[in-house]
Design a protein around this ligand. Sequence first.
Ligand SMILES: *Cc1c(COP(=O)(O)O)cnc(C)c1O
Length: 643
Amino acid sequence: MDKTPKVDWDVQQSESLYGIQDWGKGFFSINSSGHVVVVNDKLKNQKELSLYELVQDLRERGLRSPLLIRFPHIIQSRIERINSCFQKAIKEYEYSGKYFGVYPIKVNQQRHVLEEIVRFGKPFNLGLECGSKPELLIALAFMKNPGSYIVCNGFKDQEYIETALLSQKLGQNTFIVIDRRSELDLVVEAARKLDIRPRIGFRAKIYSQGSGKWMESSGFKSKFGLTPSEIVEAVDFLKQAHLLDSLELLHFHVGSQIPSIHEIKASVKEAGRIFSELCSMGAPLKFLDVGGGLGVDYDGSGHGDSSTNYSDQEYANDVISIIQSICEEKQVPCPHIISESGRAIVAHSSLLVFDVLGSHEMKVNTGALKSEPEDTPLVKELLYIYEHLDENNINEFYNDLQEKGIETRQLFSLGGLSLKQRAKAEDLYWAIAQKMAILAKGLEEAEDIYWNLQDELSGTYFCNFSVFQSLPDSWAVGQLFPVMPIHRLDECPGKRVKLVDLTCDSDGKIEKFIDTETDEWQNYLEVHSLKKGETYYIGVFLTGAYQETLGDLHNLFGDTDAVHITMTESGYTVDYVVEGDTVTEVLSYVEYSRAELIESIRLLAEEGIRSGRLSNKEARLLMRHYEQGLSGYTYHEGPEGEL
Ligand SMILES: *Cc1c(COP(=O)(O)O)cnc(C)c1O
């Protein structure tokens, strides 16, 4: 629906409308041309790069929309930030242990991302956390820093355990974390067999109840970890095996994206107690691994599941100070702290850009507002509502309108309404809805009506991407991501729309957006009208964590093109281009062979030619399209600027 267009509009208004300062954390902003820019504070010149110009450049080079763009300097900056928060806390509290981060590979396993994390993490001895055998195999090949740690979590078989033990001979500092009691037997057995001293961690089940979308089930229900009684028994077991000095680490993980600092504090307290008790029982623990959970402020609101009510610094301060006070109280040495923040390291570093392919909007047909002799009673009643609607009867007329909407369809089905009269009734319906929405805005007693109407009246932009492939958490758990146009931000966005993707699935859409006015979410996005001959680009931000490998091939839309962009003093360089899937590749994942498909079509075409249904020329054109289709991108491939 068109808002009353504001005559003047500037980029500051766009900044506050989309909340870019709040969730952008200094990495994103808007320039005076109305483009979203990526900011790199480390550079002296050219600190800003226009995303819109970048996307146009990249498309000229042959890259396609949807396009995933990664910025390594953001990864670097996040690694530095989290480490400096812990260093600051250690200094401030005069904490006697050290801090070591480990990056959990599952958050983004892409090789180029992992390489950058390892490279930028080296000065901080950032290690790796693996939750499976394949992740361990990656960690062993990429971690080449004798000062960092590898933490092995997840279900472990003998091969996993023996590989982890043997990796110590490669110079790796590998901890094997006992997630289930039975794994301890396997570790002890393998250590004896290979004659390698294991470095063991216990994962504790934490009972402090948390909240948020990604919480592990707590206490007895949690999938991993040892209960207090298992811990006590396991310590005895290690003692008897003369391996108690191998127990170096205590680990816990209560879940990802913990929205509230109170929950973090509660779980750290509980773990700190377990730690000090274990020390008192004679376990020579030296490390406490506080797991993941450090959240990302996806909506900039500072509260709710998509945000956090704490800063990185508060997180570090609380972890350090709580452990310190428990250890001092119990007079046990303060452990080195390990944390497993993945989301907080990579979320900001990538974003998805796609083009809008077309739109569907509710248009008010003013011709319907005149009464005509052939009008049926239903149309007359709707005209009456339109003319007499005001602030005092809005509730009553809203209910009438809903009824008339149903009546229109019923009457038509029963043959009581001509197609022309049905069209007029529906045009009137939308005209009333629009007038009503304007009246309802700001009326306290009509707030529900306002939001219902906004929902009904918002149009749709058809977008060139797949939610299932590129934003799985938006679909699966209703996660909010920052979404906004990347250009024309010096113009007033006069439209409100939902975004639907290319899949044929009714869930293939984004209908949850940041609402900076209420700090909640809204079911539409403010956008600009599409212009003929100019591609309109929308960006989805903060997609670096978890979105890439959870994505699926719904409707066989495959991986998108991806690029890594390093900003430089004079512009930027394209470090990597990872081409997205071709149709042939996606089809091979579900066991179709290109050669067989082509052969099958060729035989059908031969048959068509023989029977005279198909000319030679048509057959050639069909084969060319078929083969090009197989080699092409799985997404919409229009020439740039085509609408
Ligand atoms: C998934 C996982 C993490 C990652 O946590 P984030 O807060 O999402 O980065 C850390 N540790 C373990 C054990 C995990 O399973």
